[in-house]
Design a protein around this ligand. Structure first.
Ligand code: 17E
Ligand code: FE2
Length: 422
């Protein structure tokens, strides 16, 4: 009588059966009688809402080494290399690479993705390709596109017009990059332009903000002020804000109070922040990441992104969201019992808030979008960098993974699953 029953899954600290019918979660109970078109034994694995990628660049992905590798490892060399690669970008090229990464993501349980699309290109080739991809993949993965002026909104010829054109063509979110504008004043102007366009087109804001170790980069305060002025706070996201990790505490504490009032969202990209930043430091080297732990402690919404998978800014990556969560535990000193779980929330529920998703979560009557993780709970999922063994989207099983099995001297050693539970 159901389409699917997943039996013996861990959810909210209990072991439950979950029944799916008509694309929705029909029932969650310790024991569901009845039959289904398909029954799956979860074996005590964690049933989780899908992972969410809050911040990635699908237009640049899978171009690492083209036309050359980023040897300095800096943000600025990355921007120069991409600017060269951009000249040879075609619609097919972007569509193919973006779709490939989306497939990797969905296979790892990521069902919502916010991508930035570089619009500092008079032809908007990458943006148009991503708009097309967004529609093509709609049945199996949800994509939001940010109109992102990589080379500046005010500093790049017709930058603001290109952002606006992208919004008219259907970009979901307005972006910006104030720390890359030529002057402080142009940076402030760009933030104001981003908010002006957001109000004009009724779209959320997601700005690459203060992505530098420069402690004088203070565009976050401008974003907070604009969020308060417009009342848009919950639809506003400050991405990166790595300079926040370098601010003097006297300023940082003042700012924190102001941010709480603005109630904006934050996205940290720990894999990329910790590798791109700190490059101009002698020892001791800074971590180059925003104050994730303190933002979280102050009740602000923080989510995590991968930022890049194999492109001019970051040569590694797979798109699985436990990797940035795992890195956050380390780079942001989030090793406390509750803190590790908070990092899991940063790639699930917090990210849903950043993206403004409605109806996210596993609940009776809700949409049947969920994953089975090869771990008994969220904490252990991060410890193990656990695989997703099952992905259900709209009530359909769209991906299955067979967990690996290792034998030592002929005997199974399950180091991926053994350990302290709780
Ligand atoms: N562009 C940028 O300005 N910053 C980044 N981290 C990436 C692209 C990946
Ligand atoms: Fe980014």
């Amino acid at each position: 009588m159901y389409d699917l029953i997943v039996r013996g899954a861990r959810l909210g600290g209990e072991t439950v059966d979950v029944a799916v019918a008509g694309g929705r979660i029909a029932r969650i109970s310790s024991r569901i009688d009845g039959t289904a078109g398909r029954e799956i034994d979860a074996g005590g694995r964690l049933l989780s809402p899908p992972y969410i990628e809050s911040h990635v660049h699908l237009d640049t992905t899978l171009t690492a080494g083209e036309p050359r590798w980023n040897e300095s490892g800096t943000l600025f060399e990355g921007i120069r290399i991409w600017s060269e690669r951009k000249g040879s970008v075609t619609r097919e090229d972007v569509m193919e690479r973006a779709t490939q990464l989306l497939r990797w993501q969905a296979a790892q349980g990521v069902l919502h993705v916010r991508t930035h699309a570089d619009v500092t290109d008079p032809e908007l080739v990458g943006l148009q390709a991503l708009l097309e991809v967004r529609e093509k993949v709609r049945d199996w993965i949800d994509v939001q596109i940010v109109a992102f002026p990589q080379e500046g909104m005010i500093s790049y010829p017709r930058g603001t017009e290109l952002v606006e054109e992208a919004l008219r063509l259907g970009a979901d979110v307005v972006g910006g990059i104030p720390h890359y504008e030529h002057t402080r004043e142009m940076g402030v102007e760009s933030v104001k332009e981003t908010f002006r366009l957001a109000e004009k087109y009724d779209r959320p804001v997601d700005i690459h903000c203060d992505e530098t170790d420069d402690p004088h980069s203070r565009f976050l305060e401008v974003m907070a002020a604009e969020a308060i002025r417009t009342g848009m706070g919950e639809r506003v996201t400050a991405s990166h804000t790595t300079a926040f990790g370098s601010y003097d505490n006297a300023y940082a504490f003042k700012l924190m109070g102001f941010l709480a009032k603005a109630d904006i969202n934050f996205v940290a990209n720990p894999l990329v922040n910790i590798t791109l930043q700190g490059r101009y430091d002698a020892y001791p080297k800074r971590r180059g990441i925003t104050r994730v732990k303190e933002l979280w402690q102050n009740g602000l919404n923080v989510s995590l992104g991968y930022d890049d998978v194999m492109d001019p800014w970051y040569p590694l990556g797979t798109g699985g969201m436990l990797q940035p969560a795992h890195m956050t535990v380390h780079a942001c000193h989030m090793t406390g019992r509750r803190e590790v779980v908070a990092c899991y929330e940063m790639v699930t529920t917090n990210a849903a808030r950043t993206l403004g998703l409605e109806g996210y979560g596993v609940a009776e009557g809700g949409g049947a979008d969920f994953v089975l993780v090869d771990a008994p709970n969220e904490w252990d999922a991060i410890r193990r960098l656990a695989s997703v063994v099952l992905v259900v989207k709209g009530g359909e099983v769209i991906s299955e993974t067979r967990p690996p099995e290792t034998r030592l001297m002929g005997e199974v050693v399950d180091f991926r699953r053994e350990g302290r539970e709780g």
